[in-house]
Design a protein around this ligand. Sequence first.
Ligand SMILES: [Mg+2]
Length: 293
Amino acid sequence: MTRKMAQNIIALVYDFDGTLSPGNMQEETIFRAYGIDKNKFWAKSQALVRERGYEQTLAYLRLLIDDPVFRKKPLRKANLKKLACHVPYYPGVAEGYFDQLEDFMKTIPEVAECGIKLEHYIISSGLKEILEGTSIRKYFKQIYACEYDCRGGRPVFPKLVINDTNKTQFLFRINKGKFKLSESINQHMPEEERRIPFRNMIYIGDGITDVPSMTVMRKTGGNAIAVYDPARPVPQEVKKMVAEKRAEHFAPADFRPDKLLVKILHRTLKKLIYSIAYRSSSDRSSDWVQRHM
Ligand SMILES: [Mg+2]
């Protein structure tokens, strides 16, 4: 017996560093508080990858526990949350972008007619503890990011590592509505039972680390947009992502109204809204015919 879902939720899935925020979230928070030179830290992290065979993300997570600076003064979960107030955002992100998108939804009659809802998600290789403390936290249904197991408030071991390729697991969690890591996502689920079909998803990311997620989007009928620092020219990486059809659109990461990115988002949302409305009226027609045969 299949449990048909209304499939009237649209998901906007964001990478964080370089997408909603310039730079890496550790830099303006942890590094600033500890007086760490970011270039030296990332070089040390790269050395672990090169010389000791570490996976990229695990390398930095280890340093945040094991580097002499952190051995002397360990990170504390509560402090990470407090440091989140220093996370910088691209224009518009913390100045109304999320509310303005909701207002835009209200202007389309089909949204109310079909009960269409918008949900926001973050999938990041940064630190969940920092993201949980950000001022924009309330707008997100779920935040997936690297997490530490903490004892006495201090990180002792990474309990969740998110890197470029396993980011895609979380797209499937959003797709199937199985948000908790304890819930298996490997069992087959018919398309009509999935909470948010891929075609109702918009993935926004900034770089090479988003390629696996964008590829999943493109192959499943989802939508992908590449963004870049508005203060810089279009990076080669972004041009390549579009040329190789990993992303359909690209725009500066400027989330203010009337900017290109928001225009692209509005257009994509309209496409999804009308397609949901179209499907729901076609479902109603076939239900009626079934009843009157
Ligand atoms: Mg990024």
